[in-house]
Design a protein around this ligand. Structure first.
Ligand code: ZN
Ligand code: ZN
Length: 253
């Protein structure tokens, strides 16, 4: 399985913390930066977009993506997400006011995108992958994903505060090669992290105590302006499993 990081603030370049992963060139998880990170040909290659939640940094390239692939796809691209997330897209984004409704353009029978509801802990088999949403703890309904093929697996928690279930799933996955989770704020902004349901380095320490040893951990979603504070706080945890997830990184699992 090839995992490509499409944009996060873990790298040097990040001016924003836009989120997106591409698996084997055909399945995207989140759509914060599809159009910035990928050529149009690569964008056309995406057949499924699994969203974790409705926050802008995870969906904001979707409108431009629909325009870029218009006329280049033979079948609709499936936008797969929780019903609550799809509802936000329908009401607030593809509503003909903020952006045209590409779920009925160019026609209701063969639109550019089609919405497909997902539910926690149901496995979806697409493009040779098995993708299972796991509910996490964020300000809006949000899922992380367990992504597996016949050889390996990774987990992406998406944005979350303290949570348990996804660690239970991780520990029950024998071929788990990577656990991607977030740290958003410096330790001194603990209250902000709690109010917005994110993690600090201190909180990450407690979370990683739930994860089987030996699984590499990659961190994303650092607030760019706070990186100089967060990085030493992560370093101070002294946990050899932890590294940053880098923008444009390609990972073979
Ligand atoms: Zn969020
Ligand atoms: Zn986010």
């Amino acid at each position: 399985m090839e995992l490509r990081v499409l944009g996060c603030s873990g790298g040097e370049a990040g001016g924003e913390r836009l989120t997106g992963l591409l698996v084997n060139g055909t399945v995207a998880i989140d759509a914060g930066s599809l159009t910035q990170a990928l050529s149009v040909t690569e964008q056309v290659g995406i057949r499924h977009i699994f969203l974790t939640h409705s926050h802008l940094d995870h969906i904001c390239s979707l409108p431009f993506y629909t325009k870029n692939v218009f006329g280049h796809t033979e079948a609709p691209v499936a936008i797969r997400a929780l019903p609550e997330t799809l509802d936000v897209l329908r009401r607030h984004l593809f509503n003909d006011e903020l952006w045209p409704d590409f779920s009925v353009i160019p026609s209701r029978d063969n639109p550019i995108i089609c919405y497909s509801e997902i539910g926690p802990e149901k496995a979806y088999e697409v493009e040779g992958l098995r993708i299972t949403p796991i509910a996490v703890n964020h300000l809006v309904p949000c899922v992380g994903y367990l992504v597996e093929d016949d050889h390996s697996a990774f987990i992406f928690t998406s944005d979350t505060a303290e949570t348990d279930r996804i660690y239970e799933v991780a520990n029950a996955t024998p071929n788990l090669r990577l656990f991607i989770t977030e740290v958003s704020f410096p330790n001194r902004q603990k209250k902000l992290a709690e109010a917005s349901r994110h993690l600090t380095a201190d909180k990450l320490k407690g979370e990683l105590g739930k994860l089987n040893p030996g699984v590499p951990v990659a961190i994303y979603h650092l607030t760019p302006g706070d990186k100089p504070t967060i990085l030493p706080e992560l370093e101070a945890l002294g946990d050899p499993r932890i590294r940053l997830l880098h923008q444009d990184e390609r990972i073979q699992l």
